[in-house]
Design a protein around this ligand. Structure first.
Ligand SMILES: Nc1nc2c(c(=O)[nH]1)N[C@H]1C(S)=C(S)[C@@H](COP(=O)(O)O)O[C@H]1N2
Ligand SMILES: [Mo]
Length: 326
């Protein structure tokens, strides 16, 4: 935790002062959920088809009950996104392609009895249940999350630094990357019957990225277990990268010496690269990344921050790598 500072570069004192809760009427709320506009018009096959959404005002969320917030991560520089929004505005293509599908289609979904398999270039392959993972030491951390579609949110996560898990399996020196795999169950996950994609969802990180202090194996949010639509029971969160770099409902982690293929890079290679670091200067082929819309607000008018504002913790990993590779 040595290189985490109390006043990082993105710290905005004005926004840290919690505003009065803003009353949201039903119409505004539906708009915020994306029910007011083009979201009703149909489903889009490619990530980013729904980027031009609209929404309404924000309302700060209450702190998670019983939280033992890690002080270094207690404040993401702006109020947490309302839980009622993060619960109904989701990207989880396994459960449908429009933002409000996962909350409906993943209702009641569970991977119990859960085990996370860890294998590949390790001294000892292992299986962890959720208790074993949480026993490694979980923390409450409030992070910003920036989706490649240009909306963003602030979430109080609960999770275990992935590094703690990696240290358990005795990674071999040849290992340079880690590949993640989400669950596969087309009977329960209707999106997985769509043959335009290769299921299960898969992602990957360079080993140093996986070991970075910020990378979390998340098991909860807002002080509760992860809801199905947010990736029950375990998801990876990599807050300086676009949201799709963090797979949900992960069941396997494999250490490898080769850069792993990733779901979105295979699906649309010229739009989604392996690194996918948040960068206002590197436009998506179909839209600028200079600005973002805070989930719960109307306008896409907030400046996007390089590395989503986490440059102090991560920029050193990318020296000499051209930004266009992101
Ligand atoms: N398995 C899986 N993981 C996934 C996705 C997905 O479709 N499937 N979508 C990603 C994208 S694009 C984003 S922005 C976040 C969304 O997380 P949220 O729905 O909890 O906000 O999950 C990421 N992880
Ligand atoms: Mo995303």
């Amino acid at each position: 935790m040595a290189n985490i500072q109390k006043r990082p570069q993105w710290y905005l004192p004005e926004s840290a002062a919690t505003p009065e809760a803003v009353y949201q009427d039903r119409r505004q709320f539906l708009k915020a959920m994306g029910l007011g506009g083009m979201m009703l018009a149909g489903t889009g096959p490619a990530l980013g088809c729904l980027a031009q959404d609209t929404a309404s005002e924000t309302k700060p969320a209450a702190a998670s009950p019983g939280s033992t917030a890690d002080l270094d991560f207690a404040d993401a520089g702006r109020p947490p996104t309302e839980e009622s929004l993060t619960a109904v505005f989701n990207n989880f293509y396994e459960f449908g392609f429009s933002k409000r599908d996962p909350a409906v289609n993943a209702q009641g979904f569970s991977l119990d009895p859960y085990t996370l398999k860890v294998d590949g270039l390790v001294g000892k392959a292992m299986e962890f249940d959720l208790d074993a993972i949480e026993a490694l030491g979980h923390e409450d951390r409030v992070y910003r999350l920036r989706c490649v579609e240009a909306w963003s949110m602030v979430v109080p996560w609960r999770g275990v630094p992935l590094r703690k898990l990696i240290e358990k399996v005795d990674v071999k020196p040849e290992a340079k990357y880690v590949a993640f795999k989400s669950f596969l169950d087309p009977e329960r996950a209707p999106g997985q019957r769509d043959e335009r994609y290769q299921w299960p969802y898969y992602e990957g990180l360079r080993l140093d990225e996986a070991l970075n202090e910020l990378t979390l194996a998340v098991t909860g949010m807002y002080g509760k277990q992860l809801p199905p639509q947010n990736g029950t029971p375990l998801r990876i969160i990599v807050p300086w990268k676009y949201g799709y770099k963090g797979p949900k409902s992960v069941v396997q982690m494999t250490f490898t010496d080769k850069q792993p293929a990733t779901f979105w890079n295979d699906a649309v290679p010229h739009e989604y690269k392996f690194y996918s670091n948040v960068d206002p200067q590197v436009a998506h082929p179909r839209w600028s990344q200079a600005l973002e819309r805070y989930l719960g607000e109307d306008r896409k008018d907030k400046p996007t921050q390089w590395y989503n504002g986490y440059g102090e913790q991560v920029a050193h990993m990318y020296e000499g790598i051209p930004r266009t590779l992101y």
